[in-house]
Structure formats: structure tokens, C-alpha cells
Design a binder for this molecule. Structure first.
Ligand SMILES: [Zn+2]
Length: 127
């Protein structure tokens, strides 16, 4: 869907931001809570160190907050405006949507965060 070498391709496919080859997370299944946020130490292809400095992914918390707000607003629009739910029903729907989307948004937040600092570099792409 998205071309290799773009940030969206890499983020949506759980790939290294520099080479778009190696996997970022150890576990591909987002419903495996045991290893939900476990990263590889380095990229298997280009050897990029994912945890660049201690607490590098602290800033991903802000990305996760923004994603959660976006999910909440989208859920409200769908339930209240489109499906004509009451405010209370919409509120419960938002809470359920946020709980269900938490594994996805936590992982996406870290991927988006590292993509802010590391760009795709063709010389590391070995295919
Ligand atoms: Zn890489």
C-alpha cells in the first residue's frame, strides 16, 4: 500500500526506520501482552541501536496521548453523530475503544517517536 522507504510503510509494518528491513518489535502479535513493548536491541540488517539513549522512548508517551485523544474523538464522532448514541453511551464507547486500542497505540507511539529522529537511508537497505 505504501512504498518502501516511506515512514508510513516502516511504521505500519513494524520495520527499522533506517533500512526498512529489520523488525522493530520482537513480537509481531499486538495481543501478546507479555512481550508487547519488547524491542530488538539492534536492527538485524543495519545494526541501528533502537534504544539510542537511556529513557529514549519517554517522549513516546506524548505521541501515545495524541493518538488516544484522536481515537477518543473519532469514536465520539462515529457513535454520537453517526449512530445517534446518547452522551453516556458514547462515553462508554470511548472508554471501550481506548482500552481495545491501547496495545496498538503504545506500539505505534514508539515507532512514530523513533521515526522522528531516524530517517530512511538507502545505503542501509540491502534489497
Ligand atoms: Zn535497520
Amino acid at each position: 500500500m505504501f512504498k518502501k522507504g516511506t515512514k508510513l510503510y516502516s511504521i505500519l509494518n513494524n520495520k527499522c526506520p533506517r533500512c526498512n528491513q529489520g523488525d522493530f518489535y520482537v513480537e509481531k502479535n499486538i495481543w501478546s501482552f507479555k512481550n508487547l513493548l519488547k524491542l530488538h536491541d539492534n536492527c538485524s540488517t543495519c545494526d541501528l541501536k533502537y534504544m539510542m539513549e537511556p529513557s529514549f522512548f519517554f517522549g513516546a508517551m506524548f505521541i501515545n496521548y495524541a493518538l488516544s485523544v484522536a481515537i477518543g474523538i473519532a469514536t465520539f464522532i462515529v457513535t454520537y453523530v453517526l449512530f445517534k448514541f446518547t452522551i453516556n453511551q458514547s462515553f462508554v464507547s470511548i472508554i471501550l475503544a481506548l482500552i481495545l486500542c491501547t496495545p496498538m497505540s503504545l506500539r505505534l507511539a514508539r515507532l512514530i517517536w523513533i521515526h522522528i529522529f531516524v530517517s530512511y537511508d538507502k545505503k542501509y537497505d540491502k534489497k
